[in-house]
Ligand binder design. Structure first.
Ligand code: HEM
Length: 488
């Protein structure tokens, strides 16, 4: 009996001590306009999303950088600063202990959460694997199978006036695809009956609750809850346990069978790594990185297309030019997908305006000064903001708010932009490892759907309102009515 009481007293003592330390580090009250606006949430009177308010503040800032003192957070939309933190002074801007602590229970020592040597090693191995032709064609075939056998039949079966949430469909689609790619396992989330997979439920809840840790007023709140195993932390522990059990089952199943010629990521890593816990961590990082991002990008792309039918028409025209006048159900080959420059441009333009990762933070290791003159003290959280950067006139010109795929084309050929002015996939040494796979996956899905169906978004005029989280998710989803397209 005495032990829990002593434990509780100790926990409260640690809480008070850490609260004092935390309050010394940040400025709990600040009279500057930005902090007042943040604390009073007065920005909600004018803006739908916090990221819209930040975009407005960056435009007013002469440096394109702001400081939210009450959060101890320097936030920048200045490409020179972004290049500095992601490339020039990469070592001084790691993800940091704070990030690893928040996501550590779910991600363990996986690439997404760690810095230093452990990151370098995984990055090297993963880059080698992801660069191989065989994994790219495995990924392409996996996505093609999911489109042909599940996505299309699902939409065909819904081909009436029923309203379908396209965001939910894309989330299920990308979960099936990333699980097959990473584990060689099929959770079957997009089967016609839209079954709910245990793994998906556990994984979704684990990511959501982990992300919510970052939103608590102070990290102490969730740390104490974790120590006492109560509330959301108790739930988080349970769902992580489920993710662990299911991952362990998959790994041990593979160990008992011959995985030497299997193409999924886990089998590939298993050929070099014997530590099953590390294998679990690596693959879970891929799941987190590659699942919601793709679903988010597809959701906002279809929302934008509903506002810009001329872009959809141009995508159809390009597909006819490249694929010829074939039946609309035919899926494009890898080579045909590659040739569709307008589609590539339209997708890049869409994620310029609606990046799946709206902002991303690092923690400054030693006192530093950013290229725009902003001083950053050791331990400060420094965030770059792709969402706001896509809306800066100084970066994209006066028409920055317009959805104009042509800005990515030169003589009809797609021309990429500097990653530090367009850090949608991050940039520098930790640039997204799945970028090429993601682009091909999104092009395949978008093309197949645009060729075969017409989508009518219900409540068209609303601009997306996002839910807080690691990846941009549209509140209320994307309700659509799907209709088979009449062949012209
Ligand atoms: C539209 C889709 C995607 C977007 C916008 C995106 C964006 C990003 C961003 C911004 C980061 C940096 C995050 C951070 O450091 O906190 C990142 C990292 C990463 N992404 Fe992606 N991603 C996408 C799809 C994918 C896919 C499909 C995969 C896997 C197949 C993937 C694998 C990774 C991995 C492994 C990292 C960690 C790299 C490292 O830390 O060295 N991503 N991605």
């Amino acid at each position: 009996m005495a032990t829990p009481i002593i434990f509780l007293i100790l926990a409260i003592f640690v809480l008070i001590l850490s609260a004092l330390l935390f309050l010394c580090k940040i400025k709990p009250c600040c009279e500057c306009e930005i902090c007042k606006g943040y604390l009073s949430t007065s920005w909600t009177l004018e803006f739908k999303n916090l990221c819209d308010w930040y975009s407005h503040l960056f435009k007013k800032s002469p440096t394109g950088t702001i400081h939210v003192h009450v959060l101890g957070n320097v936030i920048t939309a200045n490409p020179k600063n972004v290049e500095y933190m992601l490339k020039t002074k990469f070592e001084n801007f790691p993800k940091g202990r704070q990030f690893a602590t928040i996501l550590g229970d779910l991600l363990g020592r996986g690439i997404f959460a760690v810095d230093g040597e452990l990151w370098k090693l995984q990055r090297k191995m993963a880059s080698l694997e992801l660069g191989s032709v065989s994994i790219r064609s495995y990924a392409f075939d996996t996505v093609g199978g999911e489109i042909r056998n599940r996505l299309i039949p699902l939409l065909e079966s819904n081909n009436n006036d029923t309203v379908l949430d396209l965001q939910d469909v894309f989330r299920r689609f990308s979960f099936d695809s990333i699980c097959k790619f990473s584990f060689g396992m099929d959770p079957g989330c997009l089967k016609l009956s839209l079954p709910v997979s245990d793994f998906q439920v556990a994984f979704d809840l684990a990511s959501k609750l982990s992300a919510e840790r970052a939103m608590t007023a102070s990290p102490l709140v969730w740390k104490i809850k974790r120590a006492l195993n109560i509330g959301s932390e108790k739930k988080l522990k349970e769902v992580i346990k489920m993710v662990d059990i299911l991952s362990e089952e998959m790994i041990s199943h593979k160990r008992k069978n011959d995985f030497s010629s299997q193409n999924d990521l886990l089998s590939r890593f298993m050929r070099n790594i014997n530590d099953d816990k590390l294998l679990r961590d690596i693959v879970i990082s891929f799941l987190l990185a590659g699942r919601d991002t793709v679903a988010s990008a597809l959701t906002t792309f279809f929302w934008l297309l509903s506002q810009h039918p001329e872009v959809k028409d141009e995508i159809r025209a390009e597909s006819t030019r490249v694929m010829g006048k074939t039946e609309k159900e035919k899926l494009a080959s890898f080579e045909e997908i590659r040739k569709m420059h307008y589609l590539t441009a339209a997708l890049h333009e869409s994620i310029r305006l609606f990046p799946p990762v709206q902002f991303d933070s690092k923690f400054c290791q030693e006192d530093d000064t950013l290229p725009d003159g902003t001083f950053v003290a050791k331990g400060t959280r420094v965030t770059y903001h792709p969402y706001a950067m896509g809306r800066m006139e100084s970066i994209w010109g006066q028409d920055c708010l317009e959805f104009r795929p042509e800005r990515w084309l030169q003589d009809g050929v797609f021309k990429p932009q500097c990653p530090f002015k367009y850090p949608v996939f991050q940039g520098g040494l930790r640039v997204c490892l799945g970028k090429d796979l993601a682009i091909v996956e999104m092009k395949s899905v978008a093309l197949a759907l645009i060729r075969q169906f017409d989508f009518q978004v219900v409540a068209k005029e609303q601009t997306p309102r996002f839910m807080p989280g690691l990846t941009a998710t549209v509140r209320g989803g994307l309700p659509v009515v799907v209709q088979e397209r009449q062949q012209q």
